[in-house]
Design a binder for this molecule. Structure first.
Ligand code: PMP
Length: 391
């Protein structure tokens, strides 16, 4: 029986309640939207839609104010310790955000012999931009080296090896908060300790913001980029938070353009909703559902779960796995398995998950959870997977 608080939250998702036969298990790709977010967008569009920063009349002024309020909302949500200094910039998603940091902030600073540490087993969106920044520098005659972020056997960043890798020429460490395939909550404190106090860190928080408490004060990073749409805002929303403490202040290119005002309104509403729901509770709920799934899969010998096996064991002390579980069937191809499950209304992601060149070589099935998912959905999935166990 689901906890009553969770049932009350689940009922706020119209797409979920309208499809009782569907289990949406792909929130790492994009999250569903609760009614208050949809209402906020509708209210904005039907009451005072106008362009921002163009104001000679009240709607425009109020739109401008909403955008500024949304920036403050993001700062508060991320527990920004110095909001008067930081920048919050709205983009279309994490991909655009990471690319903007690499191209607009880092690339112009790069000099011959500089180095960037890149997580080559993480999402491509956090690899290609750094390659591009190095290519821009190279085109200008500066040789820039990309160094692979080392991983340990737990699929976490290997802090000991990182300490040797970071040199006085390291201009950026690109890292990920929660891995989009293995689901592990990377040990960022260890990363900062190994990197030392000077090196900028840019964190891809696409899979953590909205799923668990995230504090830029605790993380001690310089940039934090996330996808608004994975945090229950509208599609086409994302955020760059820039701490502006190490290196020059970040000024985004193209800020004079028309912002995605309805998307920004949805993001502020989504962060309100998530704060009220409780990121801590959400994290516990989705972790428990993930643990239920991995426990069930461990009894089905056809399936292999990817990632750190220690973090999979029931009651494991390794409590660093969020609600993402990725696996393969020994005989059925992952794409086929995706279609088989979809035919039963079990909506999972089945492919290579945009993982970088040091990642998995073959496709897999990813189940990613949010607060609207239930134990019944996991059991339904497990029942179907059990039927396929001897295939
Ligand atoms: N980084 C990670 C870890 C992701 O999981 C994703 C989402 N696929 C992205 C970046 C890209 O996010 P977006 O779709 O918002 O560009």
């Amino acid at each position: 029986e689901p906890a009553s608080w969770q049932r009350a939250l689940r009922e706020q998702f119209p797409i979920v309640t309208a499809h009782p036969d569907v289990a949406y298990l792909d929130s790492a790709a994009t999250a569903q939207k609760p009614q208050p977010v949809l209402d906020a967008v509708m209210a904005y569009l039907t009451s005072e839609n106008a362009n921002a920063a163009r104001g000679t009349y009240p709607w425009a002024n109020r739109t401008t104010a909403r955008v500024e309020q949304a920036r403050d909302r993001v700062r508060a949500f991320l527990a920004d310790p110095a909001p008067e200094r930081s920048g919050v910039h709205f983009v279309s998603g994490a991909t655009e955000g990471l690319r903007a940091v690499a191209r607009d902030w880092l690339a112009p600073q790069l000099r011959d012999g500089d180095e960037i540490v890149v997580p080559f087993a993480d999402h491509n969106a956090n690899i290609a931009p750094w390659q591009e920044a190095a290519a821009v520098a190279r085109a200008g005659g500066a040789r820039v080296t990309l160094r692979a972020m080392p991983y340990d056997s737990a699929h976490d960043y290997d802090a000991a090896r990182l300490a040797e890798l970071v040199t006085p020429r390291t201009r950026m460490i690109a890292a990920t908060h929660v891995h989009h395939v293995y689901g592990n909550d990377m040990h960022l404190a260890r990363l900062r300790a190994a990197a030392g106090p000077e090196v900028p860190i840019c964190l891809d928080a696409a899979q953590s913001v909205g799923h668990m408490p995230v504090s830029v004060a605790d993380l001690d990073v310089d940039f934090l980029v996330f996808s608004g749409h994975k945090a229950m805002a509208l599609p086409g929303t994302g955020v760059i938070w820039a701490g502006n403490r190490r290196g020059p202040a970040y000024v985004p290119a193209g800020w004079q353009g028309t912002p995605n005002t309805s998307g920004i309104v949805s993001l502020a509403a989504a962060l309100d909703w998530l704060d009220a729901a409780g990121p801590d509770r959400i994290a516990r709920w989705t972790r428990d559902l993930g643990a239920r799934l991995t426990a069930g899969l461990s009894g089905l010998d056809a399936y292999q779960v990817l990632g750190c096996q220690d973090s999979l064991a029931a009651g494991s002390a390794v409590q660093r796995r969020q609600g993402i579980v990725t696996f393969r069937h020994r005989a059925i191809g992952s794409n086929d398995l995706g279609f088989i499950l979809a035919a039963d209304g079990l909506l999972v992601r089945a492919d290579g998950h945009c993982q970088g060149e040091h990642g998995e070589e073959t496709a897999s099935v990813r189940v990613s959870l949010h607060v609207y998912n239930t134990a019944q959905e996991i059991d339904r999935l497990l029942a179907r997977l059990a039927e396929l166990n001897s295939a």
